[in-house]
Design a binder for this molecule. Structure first.
Ligand code: PLP
Length: 376
């Protein structure tokens, strides 16, 4: 049996039919650039994440960059974030002219709320929590720290579409929140896409302008070069918006499937490995399970990864090396980041997506049990 980590084929007949109908309409109207589907998607995303406004953009990378820039992050600022994330969390900060300051992670792989205050300096302007693997950060605590120290929060929820913390979607406490909708994400486009959401109309207007190269928006399209905030092009394609509108209808079902597979893994594997806490006091909490990650000691982790690979089970390590250990950011580290440095050698993500079958999950479990009982 083969168990791919991702299965990006588009093979649900009903979904395909509905998307192709929308695509056909776009072919006919020719409204390919920022067509009505974009606005429709923005309304639906804003509703889903309970924010006043959302903007579709070309990627999650553009989304986090624009969320930071739109929130006023600029040259000379420091932004506190996690070293255990995809590189873009730091690149986005740097692209605003600001400096990322890495704070170690806690047992749930998210930024350690105990260590944030030690990293605050006179230059600190914002905290950028990353909801890693889709596990919500402790946002109430982070919010208290931010308020106390007069900092703003911008959230990188690229991996947390569908996550809930105290019954609130990601973004509740922040000026702006970003989501990735690339083909691998819980809400996935047919390629690259992302979104920013905010309650702040002035930030929304700024990001809307940034999205379009920083130009003034003239509905009559006569003035197209008036620009007060020079930027690049971050627009989302209408076709991607159409695809996402259809995908959005399935998001609860897909996320629930991820949860059931994760629960099955937890029940089957917790005597062998450290499994993620997918319940955390249950009420009002939801781990979006963008990635289901187990933890074991480093030597065993690498052997297990090879063993599973030999048995046609694809796994993945998110994200090695730590951002703070890459050439680009080595000189930025101010503290030891002990947990993050240890964890990155111990974590292993198992296949857990909306398409994986119970047979496949059972096969993964049987091979992991076999590894621990007979192989290792
Ligand atoms: C934590 C995090 N932030 C931002 C991004 C950027 O998203 P995209 O790939 O859509 O540009 C990703 C993508 O994987 C991510 O994992």
């Amino acid at each position: 049996m083969k168990v791919p980590f991702f299965d990006l084929r588009v093979n649900n007949k009903n979904f395909k039919k509905k998307f192709l109908k929308r695509a056909e309409k776009i072919f006919t109207t020719g409204k390919i650039l920022l067509g009505p589907e974009v606005e429709e998607l923005e309304l639906k995303i804003a509703q889903f994440v309970k924010k006043k406004k959302s903007l579709g953009v070309s990627s999650g990378s553009s989304a986090i960059y624009l969320a930071l820039k739109g929130s006023g992050i600029q040259k000379g600022d420091e932004v506190i974030t996690s070293p255990l994330s995809w590189i873009i969390s730091a690149n986005a900060i740097l692209s605003c002219g600001a400096v990322p300051v890495f704070v170690d992670v806690q047992d749930d792989y998210n930024i350690s709320t105990d260590k944030i205050e030690n990293a605050i300096t006179k230059k600190t302007k914002a905290i950028l929590p990353v909801h890693f693997f889709g596990k919500p950060c402790k946002m109430d605590i982070i919010n208290k720290i931010a308020k106390k120290n007069k900092l703003i929060i911008v959230e990188d929820a690229a991996q947390g579409f569908g996550s809930l913390y105290q019954n609130r979607p990601m973004g509740y406490y922040s000026r702006a929140v970003s989501f990735s909708m690339n083909a691998m994400k819980n809400l996935s486009a047919l390629g690259e896409a992302g979104a920013v959401a905010t309650d702040n109309i002035s930030i929304y207007n700024k990001i809307k302008q940034f999205r379009y190269a920083g130009t003034f928006s003239d509905p009559k399209k006569i003035i197209t070069n008036k620009c007060s905030r020079p930027e690049l092009n971050h627009k989302i394609d209408t076709l991607q918006a159409a695809f996402l509108l259809e995908k959005l209808k399935y998001i609860e079902e897909f996320n629930h499937h991820r949860f059931k597979i994760a629960k099955f893994y937890n029940n089957s594997l917790s005597e062998y490995v450290i499994c993620p806490d997918i319940f955390e006091n249950k009420k009002g909490f939801r781990h979006a399970l963008y990635s289901y990650c187990i933890r074991i000691n480093a030597k065993k982790r690498n052997k297990l990864m090879n063993y599973l690979n030999d048995n046609n089970i694809q796994t993945k390590i998110y994200h090695k090396p730590l951002i703070s250990n890459t050439d680009a950011y080595k000189s930025f580290s101010r503290s030891k980041l002990v947990n993050a440095n240890k964890m990155v050698h111990e974590i292993l993500s198992l296949p857990c997506n909306e398409k994986i079958t119970y047979n496949q999950a059972d096969y993964v479990v049987s091979k992991i049990k076999r590894f621990f009982n007979y192989v290792y």
